[in-house]
Design a protein around this ligand. Structure first.
Ligand SMILES: *Cc1c(COP(=O)(O)O)cnc(C)c1O
Length: 346
């Protein structure tokens, strides 16, 4: 950080390039492009594909706001598909979302799991669609040994403080193996500038802050440790909670290396459990109590409650426990005990 301050190189520059090289290597891709947020890391590849007004992008009905925000910021219309109990897209329902205006699919690897990408890719190929993966919750996750974010033409990752790799504010990364996608994203993040004086296309100011690149380099060195600790914590919870009557764990797909950004399960009397956990010092949360497709902001899409029944059921049943790398065994035990106590009362 001191070196950065002395250099005065506060936008782009050497440290951003170093961070991007490290990130590309960690994910196993040719190019990583640092941008201002995870949302921008989804919007910029869509813009690079030329997606805009009149186009439709298929995504999941249970995702975080940013996925839909990125599609809308690109000027396209979000079209939803329901999820399954892995919390990822139910790929069998893609057919029903396809129209003559569909240009791309944005599968969301939610909670640290990975969407069934071979099926999404086969569908996309059959219909001539691009795939931009929302990898924001699943950095370093894998399906059949292949990293999340390497199935589509591009993927977006977030380094928001609540994500797997967290910096000191907002930051995001686009990854791609496609040279032209890389070139366009680099233009788009920096006003479309080819060089200091020549603007090739209209773009944005969405550069990864050099200060965040310094933090990113520091934490990226710990990435393997972080995802291993998260997976260990999740396995510990699974063992401690599996037999609790009142709880159902989601399926654990043996083909997936899950990085457990969110340790989520299905709970009877969910709202009472949430209240009980919070009252006993457990930072439990619900992801997400009101599905995005039912939010006021998306009323123009014309959806109504019940359109995506699995998403609706999840909104009523899911609960999230803390699972990060900083938790001690005593803290994990406290969480398990508190859940068990809740279900054994009366
Ligand atoms: C966090 C997140 C994003 C991006 O969020 P930013 O806050 O813009 O970094 C996108 N999609 C999902 C599913 C996320 O969880």
């Amino acid at each position: 950080m001191r070196e950065l301050v002395r250099s005065g190189d506060f936008t782009l520059g050497k440290v951003v390039g170093e961070f991007e090289a490290m990130f590309a290597e960690a994910v196993g891709v040719r190019h990583a492009i640092g941008v201002g947020s995870g949302t921008d890391a989804l919007k910029i590849p869509l813009k690079a594909l030329g997606i805009g007004p009149g186009d439709e992008v298929i995504t999941t009905a249970n995702t975080f706001w940013a996925t839909v925000g990125a599609i809308a910021e690109a000027g396209a219309r979000p079209v939803f598909v329901d999820c399954d109990d892995s919390f990822c897209m139910d790929v069998a329902q893609l057919d029903g979302a396809l129209t003559s205006r569909t240009r791309a699919i944005m599968p969301v690897h939610l909670t640290g799991d990975v969407t069934d990408m071979p099926k999404v890719m086969a569908f996309a190929e059959r219909h001539g669609l691009a795939i931009v993966e929302d990898g924001c919750q699943s950095l370093m996750a894998q399906l059949d040994g292949q990293p999340a974010g390497t199935f589509g033409v591009a993927a977006g990752f977030s380094m928001h403080p609540l994500k797997i790799i967290n910096v000191w504010g907002d930051a995001g990364v686009v990854v791609t193996n496609d040279d032209e996608m890389d070139r366009k994203c680099r233009l788009l993040r920096n006003h479309g500038l080819r060089n200091r004086d020549e603007m090739e296309i209209l773009g944005y100011n969405s550069r990864l802050d050099s200060v965040q690149a310094v933090v990113g380099k520091w934490i990226l060195r710990q990435i393997e440790d972080i995802v291993r600790r998260r997976a260990e914590n999740a396995a510990y919870y699974d063992a401690g909670l599996r037999d609790v009557a009142g709880i159902r764990l989601p399926p654990r797909n043996p083909r997936v290396r899950n990085v457990y950004l969110l340790y989520m399960f299905f709970a009877e009397r969910r709202d009472a459990l949430l209240e009980y956990l919070v009252a006993h010092g457990v930072e439990a949360k619900v992801h997400y109590p009101v599905p995005i497709y039912q939010q006021d902001a998306l009323r123009f899409l014309g959806h109504k409650a019940g359109d995506f029944p699995v998403t609706d059921r999840h909104a009523r049943e899911v609960i999230t426990l803390p699972v990060d790398q900083h938790l001690s065994v005593a803290e994990l035990d406290h969480v398990i005990e508190t859940v068990r106590n809740f279900y054994s009362r009366k």
